[in-house]
Design a protein around this ligand. Sequence first.
Ligand code: AMP
Ligand code: ZN
Ligand code: FE
Ligand code: FE
Length: 289
Amino acid sequence: MFADLHLHTSFSDGTYTPEELVAHAHHHGLTTVALTDHDTVEGCTRMALACAQAELEFITGTELTTELKGQELHLLGYFIDAQNHRLLSQLASSQTVRQNRIREMVARLNRINIPLEADAVFAIANCRSPGRPHIGRALVQAGLCSSLDEAFERFLKKDRPAWVPKAKIPAVDAVQLIHQAGGLAAMAHPGLNRNDALIPELVEAGMDGLECFYSRHAPAQTEHYLRLAAQYGLLVTGGSDCHGMNKGEPLIGSIKLAYDYVDRLKRRLTQRRDSEAGATGCEVGVSAC
Ligand code: AMP
Ligand code: ZN
Ligand code: FE
Ligand code: FE
């Protein structure tokens, strides 16, 4: 049994619908998938249904945009309650930030005489959690760039003319947000962050896992993060970060996480829930609960 615990759909900046993504997962022999769209859980209902129909195991998830010491960090939340009020309210604010950022980035493009309209971006995004790839696609569709890569290189990358920094929630608060929604928190793609020095503070904050297996980690990086996970007592997660056709080729199938790692996540969750029930006197036989 194999898992991919990092996947995006058209509910954020992936190109596949949940149903298409599940069909690809099935084709690649995956048995368990987590949906981790950016700052949203909206796709989870459809993904869960599609997984049930294809007899795949589904894990509810999200990828929160956070920051620590001025650096953007992506935190994956797994096994979260997608109806949790605090989580939904935070996601709604993050989505508003994303929508306003799209308007600001388009205004910057207009200032350098690139005639793109924000509505064209929102029409392509067709979701509440739009991001830079949607602006890139709109630029390509309008014939203003020949590829998504060109759009990022010329306009959208950090410090390019349309770049606007994103307001982000503190990573320590995000760990707490995921926990209070009943989930586990893991740092996404540590090898892309290139700042291992942030890990101890997140461990201190209660972070549960590290995405050691990742499509863009070199083998030496995977080994390095497996060692760090062992050193800090962090659970090991892994995923492809497939965005469909966004990055040239779909990455699904590039990471097949051994199911033993999923079992360990579940055991940690059960332990935590048991200890929380114990702490509040909710164990079997205590009638006040
Ligand atoms: P945002 O969340 O709006 O800052 O956009 C970040 C997204 O843009 C992430 O999913 C990245 O993987 C994606 N991205 C970054 N660079 C590129 C690129 N050159 N081509 C396509 N997508 C990219
Ligand atoms: Zn993305
Ligand atoms: Fe990410
Ligand atoms: Fe991602």
